[in-house]
Ligand binder design. Sequence first.
Ligand SMILES: CCCCC/C=C\C/C=C\C/C=C\CC/C=C/C(=O)SCCNC(=O)CCNC(=O)[C@H](O)C(C)(C)COP(=O)(O)OP(=O)(O)OC[C@H]1O[C@@H](n2cnc3c(N)ncnc32)[C@H](O)[C@@H]1OP(=O)(O)O
Ligand code: FAD
Length: 662
Amino acid sequence: MSVVVPECCDDLKRERGRCLFNKEELTNILDGGPKLTEKRRRIEKMLINTPELFDDVSPDYLSHEDRYSNELRKATQLMTTLEKNGFTYNDAVTTGTGLWLLMDGNPLSLHISMFLDTIKGQSNPQQLQEWLPLAEKFKIIGTYAQTELGHGTFVRGLETTATYDSTTKEFVLHSPTITATKWWPGALGKTSNHAVVMAQLYLGGKCYGPHIFMVQLRDLETHRTLPGIVVGEIGPRLGMNSNDNGFLQFNHHRIPLTNMFMKHSQVTEDGKYVKPLHSKLSYGTMVQTRVGIVYHASRELSRALIIAIRYSAVRHQSEMVPGDPEPQILDYQTQQYKLLPHLASFFALRFSARALLEVFIGTSAGLGSGKMNMLPELHALSSGLKAVATNDAVKGTDICRLACGGHGYLSSSNLPRIYTAIAAGITYEGENTVLFLQVARYLIKSFRASSQGQTLPFSVSYLRVQPPSSHAPLMSDRGLVDALGAGVRWMVGEAERRLQQLVDSGHSPHAAWNACSVHLVQCADAHTRYYICEQFVDAVSKLGETVSSGVHEVLRQLCRLYILHRVIQTAGILLRCGAVDGKALTSIEEEECHLLATLRIQAVSIVDAIDIKDVFLKSTLGAWDGNVYQRIYEEAQKSPLNKSDVTQGYYQYLRPLMKANL
Ligand SMILES: CCCCC/C=C\C/C=C\C/C=C\CC/C=C/C(=O)SCCNC(=O)CCNC(=O)[C@H](O)C(C)(C)COP(=O)(O)OP(=O)(O)OC[C@H]1O[C@@H](n2cnc3c(N)ncnc32)[C@H](O)[C@@H]1OP(=O)(O)O
Ligand SMILES: Cc1cc2nc3c(=O)[nH]c(=O)nc-3n(C[C@H](O)[C@H](O)[C@H](O)COP(=O)(O)OP(=O)(O)OC[C@H]3O[C@@H](n4cnc5c(N)ncnc54)[C@H](O)[C@@H]3O)c2cc1C
């Protein structure tokens, strides 16, 4: 398949003609620099030149089994294509190409993310030497098997046991109840022959909590399930049905002592336990994946935005002025209000994902030299950002679908598939409410620490009891972000006051926590969004000195829109704490509407700069050329029901009904 850039329709030509900034420069910023753009494009070109990676028939028309096989065919082809051309899977993960864009659940994605990451992050040197080359070369294929039928969120409540038998120097893995059945892991059902398994470690009758074990599930020659193991697929789901999410039970299954991941905690041959430096180090793969999900969510949101914004420039509907030609629906202010704040969110998330990655890299480097002090901050930031990014991507993607009217409901728009895939992100890798409650715990702890005069880590330093007063004018970006910060400080202070009041009136701290948890989740959400605003303002101001004025202006406008929108969403809190007044809010609302009209002019060019090619968008509505109606019509012709004029169903059911004497 070669990349032919088709001539675009007149509407899109006109839109693109209004572009006042250098698109390539904006693309480079989004990629993280020209070198990364170039690398991404090299990978994409290679993928585009591999026709086997593209579906001839939509997965919707395949049986469950064929759909899985087809996805496995593409996934294996993708891996060999990357390998042959000198790229690593990590290149494809970090540039966002191929892995998810091409796929409908990719049965090898857990292998190249959580399985490999666990091997890299949890192995001692011997284990690393043994397992990493095998996994990197796909000699063993694995997944991350943690969640059980009975417990996903509460990792400490997992029931699978790993009991050490010092006589044979083995662990005995067992699923004592039906609820101990591992349930959900991607690629567990039929693809994986290994899994990293989270199980309760038992030594001499004492439980030491969840630990991770490398477990072979299937024979490496026959792929048959090993004795003592039951494994299968869990059946259809809301989305990503080309994957084989699975279940797994152990019946006193034995593995060697050396199969417990021993980088952080160890078990000696005689059954002694060596504690890790921090009790949550074994949760490291989850933290790393949450970091990746922030980027992934922003990418999926951007695909939906490209589709909806291009379509909105091509679609004409109704009369704005009686008798005038039907306008592009993007001219309606309500349509701009649906889409453009989400476009701003995409940029905000992209910059925040990058900032989070830096925290992750810095913290990981610290862990290497035994420094654990950044771990709580990383946990809070990655939890909050994963939750906000997936919540916003899901909401934004659905709004994009709605903004495309009826055609957004077509599978061929690709919006349903993007939506159902990212919708899982709210639940997997830590359910969002639960993650927000982890953030809230950090906020309350920090607030209390500050009252006792302690210095706070950077992401929460604005919560200190006596913050310096903001000198920035309220209506400046900085002034409004400071107002948002004041709002969060007020919310957290209020939550702390309510918690204390409940405890003082006789409630246990845990009961008080639950009684305040709606408010606590709001605190965590507001804190994370304040952090995102800070990252966005920071990134734009840093870029200011290095980019052309056109690009800077677009970024400044998007950042402004993000902040204004956030202030309006938080109006109630900001009024209550006196950070803004009614007059300021009125002018903010007016400015937002004005900004929508300004950004509308270059909206198509902005989404063009995100630079996702048609073959990855896979949408009849969002293609570069805007040839929407022809594409929709052609896709419909591929329906198997259109293979014959009269279907079997007519003879089997309709005709007998019509002939019956009712
Ligand atoms: C960068 C590259 C990445 C590559 C990937 C790229 C993209 C990804 C795209 C798509 C994803 C693809 C596939 C995803 C497939 C999905 C997989 C899964 O879903 S795997 C299963 C995930 N499961 C979870 O996330 C479970 C969530 N639950 C938990 O994490 C814990 O149970 C919970 C809720 C944190 C509670 O833990 P618990 O042990 O009970 O602790 P406490 O609540 O008692 O808290 C005690 C203290 O520990 C702190 N804590 C907790 N977790 C951590 C942590 N991870 N790190 C540091 N600290 C932690 C907690 O804050 C408490 O501290 P204090 O006592 O308050 O000081
Ligand atoms: C598509 C998909 C792929 C997945 N892939 C994997 C995988 O590869 N490996 C793997 O191990 N797992 C995987 N999972 C499982 C996933 O990690 C869990 O579903 C997730 O952690 C949520 O746990 P749960 O299902 O037990 O939900 P629950 O915890 O039962 O959540 C149900 C409700 O209870 C609420 N709740 C729970 N605890 C609390 C609390 N403490 N406070 C307040 N409210 C609470 C939640 O907010 C939610 O509203 C996958 C899941 C999906 C959907």
